[in-house]
Design a protein around this ligand. Structure first.
Ligand SMILES: Cc1cc2nc3c(=O)[nH]c(=O)nc-3n(C[C@H](O)[C@H](O)[C@H](O)COP(=O)(O)OP(=O)(O)OC[C@H]3O[C@@H](n4cnc5c(N)ncnc54)[C@H](O)[C@@H]3O)c2cc1C
Length: 241
């Protein structure tokens, strides 16, 4: 398994009881890239129908301690109202959602400039994920089933002989496997090239996050996540009171 993010770890943990599994991860710890830097929100109403179906199915895979309800509010300006309404109509069939008009939005999301939001919909069931715990649980499951988690192993080259892949790190370490799974996230095309596979057009990109203190007296635990109708920005409260 090349890549120790949530994709590689979760698949490796499922496979480990049935096969000899080795996860190879460039960094010194699993979950360091997209997995460790996400907004960590679990929402049934995110993405297209396929992603929503997978999210609904996967919720049952999590131990209840790794999810804690936060709620998510998708806000729109007057110019975005029609697009938000269309999203709401599309998503409310598989996720319970509440429609909010301007006054209710202002009360629910005091961090937004008054007057910015014209309307919104709320998904009360969206939950924070404890990603550190999820990663640790998968890593433990892999090891408990006899698998190996090899960190500090950046796959740099590979060759195949007699039905076996020999995968070599940039430091010269080698691992042999009959089957290789590419779970390298944004770097999956680079890994595909090592195996002479066709690229999909994936490009690793940086994102920027701005962190700031909430206004004094704000109870961050009671605030929902706020997402703009077109996903131009989102606000995720983090931390205690
Ligand atoms: C800013 C942001 C916010 C997000 N918010 C959410 C959210 O709120 N909720 C949600 O569900 N999802 C969210 N996501 C999406 C989610 O984080 C990703 O879909 C998920 O983490 C991808 O996991 P992955 O395992 O595919 O990739 P990654 O976690 O990036 O793992 C890929 C791993 O492959 C390793 N690798 C790459 N090349 C090699 C190599 N040659 N050899 C060995 N290892 C290699 C990398 O080091 C990396 O650790 C967000 C993503 C971002 C960027």
């Amino acid at each position: 398994m090349i890549g120790g993010g949530i994709a590689g770890l979760s698949v490796a943990a499922e496979l480990a009881p049935h096969a000899r599994v080795t996860v190879l991860e460039t960094e010194d710890q699993p979950g360091y890239h997209a997995t460790g830097r996400s907004a960590a929100i679990f929402a049934h109403n995110y993405g297209d129908g396929m992603i929503r179906a997978l999210s609904a199915w996967s919720e049952g895979q999590f131990a209840s301690e790794v999810l804690s309800t936060r709620g998510l509010i998708r806000v729109a300006t007057a110019a975005q109202r029609d697009r938000l309404r269309a999203l709401y109509e599309d998503m409310r069939h598989d996720t319970p959602l509440d429609w909010l008009e301007a006054d209710a939005v202002a009360a629910a999301v005091p961090l937004l400039r008054q007057g910015h939001a014209d309307c919104a919909f709320r998904n009360p069931s969206a939950a924070d994920m404890d990603v550190g715990q999820i990663v640790a649980d998968y890593a433990r499951g892999i090891r408990a089933a006899g698998g190996t988690l090899g960190t500090g192993f950046r796959v740099a080259s590979a060759r195949r002989a007699d039905g076996v892949w020999r995968v070599t790190s940039e430091k010269g370490a080698e691992v042999a496997a009959a089957i290789v799974v590419n779970a390298a996230g944004a770097w999956a095309d680079q890994v595909a090239a090592i195996f002479d596979m066709r690229p999909l057009g994936l490009v690793p990109k940086r994102r920027s996050a701005v962190t700031f203190d909430a206004p004094p007296g704000t109870d961050l635990r009671a605030l929902p996540m706020i997402v703009d109708a077109d996903e131009q920005f989102y606000l995720k409260p983090e931390g205690g009171a």
